[in-house]
Design a protein around this ligand. Structure first.
Ligand SMILES: Nc1ncnc2c1ncn2[C@@H]1O[C@H](COP(=O)(O)OP(=O)(O)O)[C@@H](O)[C@H]1O
Ligand SMILES: [Mg+2]
Length: 291
């Protein structure tokens, strides 16, 4: 892009957002193509570095289902899913820990640090960051739901300009490890930190009604979209955890397409954005539009 007027226009359009977000906290759920595709991984790392350099506190919570399945296969373990969630027995929990906290987590931190980021890889076991209890009365084995976020360590890191990268593994009362859904962990962390934004990067444009992208919606609409069967599958826990975050004091939730290069910067620093924003206030639903 050698269009100088367009470049300056873009920078000027970004200025009010830069001023507004300085010192605020964004929690980003990272997954899908943006984590797997080498080019997108690099541009994501650049975006994160830009956001931190302008004074935004960033916390990343990542998934890694695909990699867990691949490693489990190599070890001869079968992955079983119940309602889209991985049944996690003791052997599978070992794989989840190895892949998520060992490989995926460190790879993400290293990619960001290559771009001068200052990322630190953690999981919920570090300083008992995420305490958990069995989800669905233990029907999914060691799949857990977050009980409490002990955010002292995150605050310490953020205050010193580090970027915490969190693998969603929780610690139970009896010191059992739990596999926690990354959407839910991101939501719990965003609430605990009273984040300005919770951003989900996924392999879909945003919340769709048929072929149409919803640009902005009020959280009440989420219930309708689920009961009308418009939001299904993996978008259900995502939108439910988005609503929980808004109830927990997060200002706005964004669902954006991680397949788009520089999706984060486009969503944060342009008027139109690229995905769906979900807001807590009924006032904002007047602005709702389906385009
Ligand atoms: N109304 C909807 N709008 C957008 N995506 C939807 C909708 N209903 C279901 N989905 C599905 O939810 C998926 C996102 O959830 P998921 O597959 O769990 O991704 P992630 O790995 O990012 O959590 C989308 O890729 C899409 O297939
Ligand atoms: Mg999912």
């Amino acid at each position: 892009m050698n269009n100088i007027p367009l470049k300056t226009e873009t920078l000027v359009e970004a200025l009010p957002y830069i001023q507004k977000y300085e010192g605020k906290t964004f929690v980003i759920k990272y997954g899908g193509a943006a984590m797997v595709n080498p080019d997108l991984r690099e541009t994501f790392a650049q975006d994160i570095t830009v956001l931190t350099k302008i004074g935004i506190n960033i916390v990343i919570v990542h998934g890694g289902g695909r990699e867990i399945t691949a490693t489990a296969d190599r070890l001869g373990l079968t992955s079983t899913f119940v309602d889209g969630q991985r049944f996690t027995d003791e052997a599978m929990m070992d794989v989840v820990q190895m892949v998520l906290a060992g490989k995926t987590n460190k790879d993400i931190a290293a990619a960001i640090n290559r771009h001068d980021g200052n990322a630190v890889g953690l999981c919920g076991l570090d300083a008992d960051l995420l305490t958990a209890r069995p989800a669905k009365n233990g029907a999914l084995g060691f799949v857990g739901e977050v009980e409490e976020v002990r955010s002292a360590l995150l605050n310490l890191l953020l205050a010193n300009r580090y970027i915490p990268v969190v693998a969603p593994i929780g610690i139970g009362h009896d010191r059992q490890y739990f596999n926690v859904n990354a959407d839910l962990a991101a939501s719990a962390i965003a609430s605990a930190l009273k984040a300005e934004k919770l951003i989900y990067l996924s392999d879909v444009e945003g919340i769709m009604v048929g072929e149409e992208l919803i640009h902005s919606m009020h959280r009440m609409r989420a219930e309708e979209l689920i009961s009308d069967g418009i939001i299904i599958n993996g978008m259900i826990p995502k939108i439910q955890s988005a609503c929980a975050a808004l109830d927990g004091g997060v200002v706005k939730v964004h669902m954006i397409d991680g397949r788009v290069t520089h999706a984060l910067l486009l969503e944060m620093f342009t008027k139109e954005g690229i995905g769906t924003e979900v807001t807590p206030s009924p006032v904002n639903s007047l602005m709702e539009e389906v385009q």
